[in-house]
Ligand binder design. Sequence first.
Ligand code: UDP
Ligand code: MG
Length: 325
Amino acid sequence: MENKPLLWIVIPCYNEEAVLPVTAPMFLEKIHALAAAGKISSRSRICFVNDGSKDNTWQLICDFARQDEHFIGISQSRNRGHQNAVLAGLMEAREYCDITISIDCDGQDDINAMDDMVEAYLKGYEVVYGVRSKRDTDTFFKRFTAESFYHLMHAMGAETVFNHADYRLISARVLESFADFEEVNIFLRGMVPLVGYPSTKVYYERAERLAGESHYPLKKMLALAFDGITSLSVKPIRIIVTLGMLVSMVSFIGVIWAVVQALLGNSVAGWASTICIVCFMGGIQLISLGVIGEYIGKIYMESKHRPRYIISDRTWQPYQRSYRG
Ligand code: UDP
Ligand code: MG
């Protein structure tokens, strides 16, 4: 039996009937080319994940699977979004392959970067991030919003690889550890780095969509950013605490000022006490909210049941892995 790594390309598809007939043969060609170059097993697979499409996407996928054994399709019961679709594909793949590469189905991500990704894997890297070298083909608006997205994420304490979307190679071993992340609110870009293992980057140029339309308008991007921040960090809660402290400090000064004004007789009766109470309560309330938030943040992190440690190497073999069936 050959010992070349068995690759599964995982491809989320949502209403992609326009572009699938164009890109599916390209993926197949890539598998053949990589196998011919002796880099991967010829039993590698292309796994389409239908994300509850409302058009003919699933029928197309079924046709591909009938025509060529390299094509496999799985379908989500309903539309759950890009991240969940990718996750479903990766979890499906992990027991049957050595490496996975997740990529969009619209041909925007250069499939030739897969050569470098596999090469990096063969050198010992287990996670290879596909990073866009430039965004010439994106409109100014898309580029601006997308780059702001990464800056915002970073400022909010959610660490991600800059200009990396969901085009990446992950080894089955990493996926095995990743399966222990049991959270429901998933943001793959932020979670994969948390798993660890040796990783590297591969640069590629992003092209325009070959056909069909983007499913990521600004609204969805903002939702993704918000999900990313809240699923990776409790920094927004910390900001409330800091704000509370600041407001308290300002109110303290306000209280002194009001008292001084009252003593100097510059105010009407009752004004100073009202101001004091308003300032004092405002500060106290924000601090209290922050403290409560801090505990909620802890509960939130706990409720994720994330793994507390991940062992990547052992000097002994506790059990024989049998993921090739
Ligand atoms: N996608 C998905 N479910 C969704 C939305 C998108 O599986 O609810 C898939 C889509 O088919 C594509 C990938 O996610 O393969 C990226 O979507 P798109 O190309 O529309 O986003 P963009 O590249 O414009 O950010
Ligand atoms: Mg796209």
